[in-house]
Design a binder for this molecule. Structure first.
Ligand code: PRP
Length: 223
């Protein structure tokens, strides 16, 4: 007999840097599935015994799968979550995938103050966050949406600045860019669909508590 969809807990995971960290955390929390690896091309990986389905999606799409209930829960960076504007329930700050969103400009073309960049072009993967930030500073900007390698924008004359995430700072350094404003901190979050959270409360709640415990133990181990 086939199991109904409601019996499964569906989990959206982002491809990319957060993927292995998310898989490790689920494994430690007792949830795993055969073939859940970086290199797999499979988009849905099921563990029938545990009644769990993992959906492997493009990073920016995780909030969409969760908001529409195609996934019950998901792991996603706070930066991508805020940019998406999707309405999901944020359950837990997972503490890993730490980075920050900032504005950077070519070192040799640095202007005196932030507002000197008004009416210039800014390249970014985060146009909503960027627009909110610049509006708050009374600045009108031209937003150029790129999907990756944002640092290329000012180098090739596409834009005067970038708004992007920084983790180690290596990419900025290697491309002669300098951070001039910190916009927001980000890290990975466990999120849930609002309806799933009520319908599958016991499973989601106990998983969240288990993850909290793992994160506390990890933090204590690092002391
Ligand atoms: C991100 C971000 C920066 C880089 C920052 O890009 O957009 O380019 O990481 O990391 P760093 O401070 O450690 O150098 P990602 O590697 O996710 O790829 P993308 O440029 O294709 O988005």
């Amino acid at each position: 007999m086939q199991s109904s969809e409601n019996e499964y807990l569906t989990i959206a995971l982002p491809k990319g840097k957060l993927f292995p960290l998310a898989v490790d955390l689920f494994r430690e929390a007792g949830i795993s599935a055969d073939g859940l690896t970086d290199s797999s091309r499979k988009l849905v990986i099921t563990n029938e015994a545990q009644k769990v389905k993992f959906i492997i999606s493009k990073t920016a799409d995780v909030p969409t799968y969760v908001e529409y209930g195609a996934a019950d829960i998901g792991i996603i960076g706070k930066d991508v979550l805020v940019e998406s504007g999707q309405d999901v329930y944020e359950l837990l700050d997972l503490g890993f995938g730490k980075c920050h969103l900032m504005m950077a400009v070519p070192k040799d073309k640095k202007r005196d103050k932030l507002t000197d960049y008004t009416h210039t072009r800014v390249a970014t993967k985060f146009p909503h966050i960027a627009e909110k930030f610049f509006n708050e500073h009374g600045m009108q900007m031209e937003y150029i949406k790129l999907n990756g390698s944002i640092e290329l924008g000012p180098i090739v004359g596409l834009s005067e600045s970038i708004v992007d995430i920084v983790e180690t700072g290596t990419t900025l350094k290697e491309n002669n860019l300098e951070e001039i404003v910190h916009i927001m901190d980000a890290s990975a979050r466990l999120v849930a669909n609002r309806v799933s959270f009520r319908l599958k409360f016991d499973r989601i709640y106990s998983l969240t508590e288990k993850m909290k415990q793992i994160l506390t133990e990890r933090a204590e181990g690092n002391k």
